[in-house]
Design a protein around this ligand. Structure first.
Ligand SMILES: Nc1ncnc2c1ncn2[C@@H]1O[C@H](COP(=O)(O)OP(=O)(O)OP(=O)(O)O)[C@@H](O)[C@H]1O
Length: 299
């Protein structure tokens, strides 16, 4: 077999459903191991991209290859694992039996016992799927995605609905698999997930990739500071001290995004001497994401 240089390659990819342009010209090249997060709001086009990459949807124009093959071809499938957003497993087989069955689809699978150990399934490998908790179900699905020892794995919102402990547990299993030289492409709404887990983040908005960088570099895209406090001042007053930056109110706290932090702080303290719980920090991914989503792209 010839050496595959691209694990995932998209060139000017477009996907429309009737008049809806779900993917609006994506260029993407992934040729390394690691975790690649596609981050975007509802309707950004993330699932459409994953479904095209799996050959579950035809592309409208442009080109797309997975592991050097046409998406959906046998050769692509044998080098790919997946958890889809609405993945469910039958209850008629135990988890271990399902892993054995999936292993049989691949030419060089991992051992079933190693897969059970890596995904921490010991305590429920002999149970049916419906008896598992949400976190256990996701780990069982992940076991099916990796048992074939694929180079490329797609995870569509793998941790949606999980509590933070279950999410962190799955993150560590995903990281471990990436560290074995695998490429994991996952979609998520969770900024914290992309920030903690990914080697590279692609922010999607309206069918386009509007930023594509390491988490550290994505953070650098937005300059300035975030001043957070509890204050009696109105949003209009806060806006007047932000130097053109944004103001958001979240519960009891107001947040001012400013590029002139000294000026903003001086005015804030003089206008409201009673303000409380003042902190100044670097913009979080939330702030950056909000700005990128509004710009509609250009990266
Ligand atoms: N099968 C379909 N038929 C028609 N329109 C569709 C279909 N699938 C997706 N769309 C539309 O394409 C756009 C992108 O949807 P997609 O599911 O890819 O976004 P997403 O980023 O995965 O959203 P979410 O985070 O809510 O899952 C949306 O406007 C959606 O309504």
């Amino acid at each position: 077999m010839s050496q595959v240089t691209s694990r995932l390659l998209a060139k000017d990819l477009k996907k429309s459903y009737g008049k809806v342009n779900a993917i609006n010209g994506i260029d993407l090249h992934i040729d390394q191991a690691g975790v690649f997060a596609i981050l975007g709001q509802n309707g950004a086009g993330k699932t459409s991209f994953i479904r095209c990459a799996l050959g579950l949807e035809s592309v409208t124009s442009g080109s797309l290859e997975t592991m050097g093959n046409k998406p959906g071809s046998l050769s692509a499938k044998q080098q790919t694992g997946v958890i889809l957003q609405d993945s469910d497993l039958p209850d008629s087989l135990t988890i271990k039996e399902q892993i054995q069955l999936f292993a049989s689809y691949y030419p060089n699978p991992l051992s079933v016992d190693d897969t059970i150990a890596m995904c921490e399934l010991h305590s429920f490998a002999d149970k049916g799927y419906k008896k598992l908790s949400g976190g256990q179900k996701r780990r069982a699905q992940f076991a099916l995605a990796i048992v074939g020892d694929p180079q490329l794995i797609f995870l569509d919102e793998p941790t949606t609905g999980l509590d933070i402990d279950a999410r962190r547990r799955l993150w560590s299993i995903i990281r471990e698999f990436a560290n074995k030289g695998k490429t994991i492409v996952l979609t998520t709404h969770y900024l914290e997930e992309a920030d903690n887990l990914a080697d590279r983040i692609m922010v999607m908005n309206a069918g386009k990739i509007v930023a594509d960088s390491t988490p550290e570099d994505i953070h650098k895209l937005v300059k300035g500071s975030v001043v957070r406090c509890q204050t009696q001042l109105s949003i209009a007053q806060l806006q007047s001290l932000s130097g053109g930056g944004s103001v958001t109110v979240s519960g009891r706290f107001s947040e001012i995004h400013t590029e002139q932090v000294n000026n903003t702080l001086a005015q804030l303290l003089s206008l409201d001497p009673d303000l409380q719980d003042l902190t100044v920090s670097q913009p979080k991914l939330e702030d950056i994401f909000g700005q990128l989503s509004q710009t509609g792209g250009g990266a």
